[in-house]
Design a protein around this ligand. Sequence first.
Ligand code: ADP
Ligand code: MG
Length: 319
Amino acid sequence: MADLIIETVDLVKRFGKFTAVDGLSLEVPAGSIYGFLGPNGAGKTTTMRMLTTLTRPTSGSARVNGFSVTDDQIAVRRSIGYMPDEFGVYEDLRVWEYLDFFAACYDIAEGERKKLINDLLALVDLAHKREDMVDKLSRGMKQRLSLARTLAHDPAVLILDEPASGLDPRARIEIRELMVELARMGKTIFFSTHILADVENICSHIGIVEAGKLVMQGSMSELKARLMPHREIFVTVKDDTAAESARAIALTFGGVIAAEVLEPKGGRSRVRVDYQGDDDGVAALNQTLTTSGVAILGFQEEVQNLESVFMRVTHGIVG
Ligand SMILES: Nc1ncnc2c1ncn2[C@@H]1O[C@H](COP(=O)(O)OP(=O)(O)O)[C@@H](O)[C@H]1O
Ligand SMILES: [Mg+2]
C-alpha cells in the first residue's frame, strides 16, 4: 500500500539469545494516530529504537516515510520526531534554551529560531514558562516540552514512546489532546502505551504487541467489528411472562442469533438478545417487540468497549 508512512516486514531484534521483537509487520497509514499497545517488556521501545535508526534490526526491514532505516538513516531521521521514554537531565537550561539547543541541532538558522520557539511553546501551552528552568517543570510540562522539541524540524511522523506514562489524569488528557491537535495539523502519530485507556478514544489505528509479536492490528472500527461478532441487547420487561414473549418474538427476528431470559434484576425480568446487524436493525427489533404488545421498560445495548475486546484477544478466545 502506497499510503503507509511506517511499514515493517518481519522485523526482528535479538539481544544475544533473547528475541525482543519477533517478526513484527507493522502498517501505519499516513495521517493516522496509531496506538502501539502492549504490556511492559513486549518490545515497544526496541521497535521504536529500530524505527528511529538508534538500533539496527537483526533481520527484516522497516521503512519510514518511504526510507529504509538501514539504508537511508539520514532521510529517516529528518522525517521523524522522536520522544524517548526518558526525558533525560537538562540542568541549568531555561525552557527556551532547551528548544533553541535542539533547533540548532536541526540546523535551523538562528534568525528563525526565536519565532519557531515561540510558536512551539504556544502550541504546547508553555509560553508562560519560557524563562523557567527545565528541571523545575512538572512531569506533564516536561512531556509537553519534549513533544515541542520533536516538532522543531517539522517532521511528518512523530514516534512517541509512552508519552502519557507517569502523568496525573489531567496531564494525560492534555497530552492526548495535544496528539489529536498534531494529527489535525497533518502529522502521523505512532505512540506506545501499556495502558488501554490511552488508545480507546483518540486512536484511528491500533496494534497490540505481546512478547515481541503482533497479536493484531488494524483500524479501530475494523478491530471492534472483527472482535464483536454480535451485539448484546438487554431488554427489561415487567415479569417473566413478558420476558418469555419478548424472547420468542426476538427469536423470529432476522439477525437474532440467540435470546435468553435472565435472572430478574431489581425485581424486573430481563432478556438478553444476541443480534448480528446494524443500528437500524437494533431500532427495528425494538419496534417489533413494542408493536407485538410486549411492554418494554428498558432496551439497552451493552456497549462493548475496547477493554472487553482486549481481554478477549489476549485470552485467545476470539471469534
Ligand atoms: N539492550 C538490551 N539488551 C538486552 N535485553 C534488552 C535490551 N533492550 C531491551 N531488552 C529486553 O527486550 C524486551 C523488550 O523490551 P522493551 O522493548 O523495552 O519493551 P517495552 O518497551 O514494550 O516495555 C525486554 O525483555 C527487555 O528486557
Ligand atoms: Mg518501553
